[in-house]
Design a binder for this molecule. Structure first.
Ligand SMILES: C[C@](O)(CO)[C@H](O)COP(=O)(O)OP(=O)(O)OC[C@H]1O[C@@H](n2ccc(N)nc2=O)[C@H](O)[C@@H]1O
Ligand SMILES: Nc1ncnc2c1ncn2[C@@H]1O[C@H](COP(=O)(O)OP(=O)(O)OP(=O)(O)O)[C@@H](O)[C@H]1O
Length: 304
């Protein structure tokens, strides 16, 4: 079974004060974008995991891997043996703030569910996803959604139009817990429940990319910039190339620049490359759907 799951950009990320459980209450607006992880699940009496892609060597292949954890959690919930080999073809930057590991977990849940015929409901898969990580439920549903709680309680957000992004990727990732710790030190968050940005929600409803660009907001950005100050230059170069809005995605360090069109996204990406302010650049569009089956093992083998 082969399943594809998308990366995300947090168009808005409002972060409240750290709770007793160590997590922060969020009001985030996720958009799923067209960078994908592909997870292939094959029945095997020698369970294991292999990884391919440009940053494959940075991904753990032991039991800490989120995709393996997802397979084990599903097997336990369904009462089956986790006799599966997983292959991850990574298209999302590792530790980049775009939820690549979460996409792997979501894809592994859907692939193993199909392989084992567990018959889990969508809500059961979402619950298992939330146990694995705050961003996993969104990788299952995709499109545009508001995330509350730890980011795992989703409601669909009205959004019109297609959005084109230029992404500035860094070789050196940022640790999500460390970015939240730095946020605690320098800002701390406000008391009470954070709310999604009204201007952003309105801009998405009207499908106005200029207004969406102007409303992009990330409370974690100052913390990410504290830990990786060179990202300021990446933001400035993208802005000067005419981006409608620029921000650090989630916990960073990937910089997301909203462009006017697909062609303009290529121009902004080229400006980041020329200025040497990103180790790699990619273009992507959103919103796109969540984790879905793209082939069975028979079709996969047929392709050689
Ligand atoms: C930055 C975001 O990507 C924005 O969507 C997410 O908040 C992070 O989601 P994630 O990587 O799936 O995070 P998890 O695996 O659930 O948590 C990793 C760590 O991030 C911190 N964390 C995460 C989510 C949250 N609402 N508050 C937090 O403080 C905690 O230190 C936690 O131990
Ligand atoms: N399948 C996986 N792919 C990548 N990293 C994984 C995976 N499983 C566990 N990890 C570990 O998790 C860390 C964060 O990985 P990930 O690529 O999901 O970060 P991220 O995109 O910044 O996450 P988020 O945006 O959800 O905070 C990695 O540095 C790695 O040690």
């Amino acid at each position: 079974m082969c399943v594809r799951a998308p990366a995300k950009i947090n168009l808005g990320l409002a972060v409240g004060r750290r709770q007793a459980d160590g997590y922060h209450p969020l009001a985030t607006v996720f958009q799923a974008v067209s960078l994908y992880e592909e997870v292939t699940a094959t029945p095997s009496d020698e369970p294991g995991l292999t990884v391919s892609g440009p940053q494959a060597e940075r991904v753990p292949t032991d039991s800490s891997n989120l995709a393996l954890r997802a397979a084990h959690l599903l097997a336990e919930a369904a009462g089956v043996e986790p006799e599966v080999h997983l292959h991850l073809a990574k298209g999302v930057p590792v530790a980049g703030g775009m939820a690549g590991g979460s996409a792997d977990a979501a894809a592994a849940l859907v692939a193993c569910d199909a392989l084992w015929g567990t018959g889990m409901s969508r809500d059961q898969l979402l619950e298992l996803g939330a146990e694995l990580g705050s961003d996993v439920p969104f990788a299952l549903v995709g499109q545009t959604a508001v995330g509350r709680g730890r980011g795992h309680l989703l409601s669909p957000a009205m959004s019109r139009g297609e959005y084109h992004w230029a992404l500035g990727i860094q070789e050196q990732g940022l640790s999500t817990p460390q970015v939240y710790r730095t946020f605690d030190e320098i800002l701390g968050g406000v008391d009470g429940e954070p709310e999604p940005d009204r201007a952003l929600m309105q801009a998405l409803r009207s499908g106005d990319p200029e207004a969406v660009g102007a409303a992009l907001v990330n409370d974690l950005q100052p913390a990410a910039l504290e830990l990786a100050p060179h990202l300021v230059e990446t933001l400035v170069v993208a802005e000067e190339a005419g981006a409608l809005g620029v921000l650090v995605s989630g916990s960073g360090p990937t910089v997301a620049a909203l462009a006017r069109s697909q062609q303009h996204a290529t121009t902004v990406a080229a400006a980041m490359t020329a200025a040497g302010v990103a180790d790699d650049v990619r273009c992507a569009a959103g919103p796109v759907g969540g984790a879905r089956l793209v082939g069975s093992s028979v079709a996969h083998e047929g392709k050689g």
